[in-house]
Unconditional design. Structure first.
Length: 323
């Protein structure tokens, strides 16, 4: 057992506990979301001792040298004095300028900033309420629209944060937005390479950004987007994607429905199975997978077995139970 000291108060970290586990048990107010080291919401600092290397995975070197670490990934190896981060150092304020329905349970949320917001299409950010509640959402637009960010927010059962965004936040309201993170984005290299984009639900958000970015950079290789859901009412931007396919001969859009009823023009079955049946050889393809974690994790293995290099597989598995 090791002792954690915060503002001269001491707390015992039990064996097998992370720093975050201890702070939550002691009712210390600390923002967190994924508990997997992805969102970086729980970043804190150890001014006196170097934190375990594994607790700094994914952080910028400038933060590592200042002894910042992720509380959810830190299993202490010695006593530690901990400084809670000033969230204003990692967040900037934006203003909601649009909030409208995309389908029966998904909204388009648009946030504007006074200055340009640098990001890459397909990355994600954290949104934070005034009470510190934090959730991660993928960016749906492209960097050319750098003073705004667009998000597709699905209402989840018992989801406090998504319900707040759907029901309470209004145009003109301010909201805290973190710096962008994530490696699931398009790079304008090997433009003749085939691109496979597979997503479920609001996995279309990062994929739409990646697609638009690729087309804006003049990608010449084939681009196949498979967007899946159970019911047609849970898909969205169908007409927009079909129009893009008419404008760009190398882009192919396939909406997929796994339910019993499927109108004409929709593929029937699970989105991953449909994608693999239509593209059985993925050698030299670049693959982007976004949405339900079960689909993403299964598909990562499947596309690798179909010939895709691990270096060319980019994935964003949504943490659907935490929103």
């Amino acid at each position: 057992m090791f002792t954690l000291t915060i503002d001269e108060n001491s707390y015992t970290c039990q064996p097998g506990e992370t720093v975050l586990d201890t702070l939550l048990r002691e009712n210390i107010n600390l923002s967190y979301a994924c508990k997997k080291g992805t969102c970086h919401s729980c970043m804190v600092r150890s001014p006196d001792v170097m934190p375990p290397q594994t607790s700094q995975t994914g952080l910028k070197n400038t933060l590592k040298t200042q002894h910042y670490f992720l509380a959810c990934q830190c299993y202490p190896e010695q006593d530690m004095c901990i400084k809670l981060s000033d969230q204003s150092d990692f967040y900037r304020m934006g203003t909601v300028i649009d909030n409208k329905l995309l389908n029966r349970n998904t909204i388009l949320l648009v946030i504007a900033f006074e200055d340009a917001f640098e990001f890459k299409a397909g990355q994600f950010i954290n949104l934070q309420r005034n009470d510190g509640m934090t959730r991660s959402y993928s960016i749906a637009n492209i960097p050319q629209q750098s003073n705004t960010l667009e998000f597709h927010i699905r209402r989840l059962p018992d989801g406090k944060f998504s319900a707040w965004l759907h029901d309470e936040i209004s145009i003109g309201d301010s909201i805290a937005v973190s710096e962008p993170r994530g490696h699931c984005f398009y790079l304008p290299e090997r433009r003749e390479q085939g691109l496979l984009l597979v997503g479920t639900g609001t996995g279309l958000a990062p994929l739409a950004g990646i697609l638009t970015d690729a087309l804006a950079h003049g990608h010449t290789g084939p681009i196949h987007l498979f967007h899946g859901s159970r019911d047609v009412e849970d898909l969205y931007r169908i007409d927009e994607m079909r129009q893009l396919a008419k404008q760009h001969l190398n882009f192919h859009y396939i909406p997929c429905l796994s339910g019993k009823q499927a109108p004409e023009g929709f593929a029937v079955g699970r989105v991953n199975e449909i994608a693999l049946s239509r593209l059985p050889d993925l050698k030299s393809w670049r693959v982007f997978l976004c949405g339900h974690p079960d689909m993403v994790n299964q598909m990562k293995k499947q596309v690798f077995l179909k010939g895709a290099s691990m270096a060319d597989i980019y994935a964003d598995a949504f943490l659907i139970t935490l929103h």
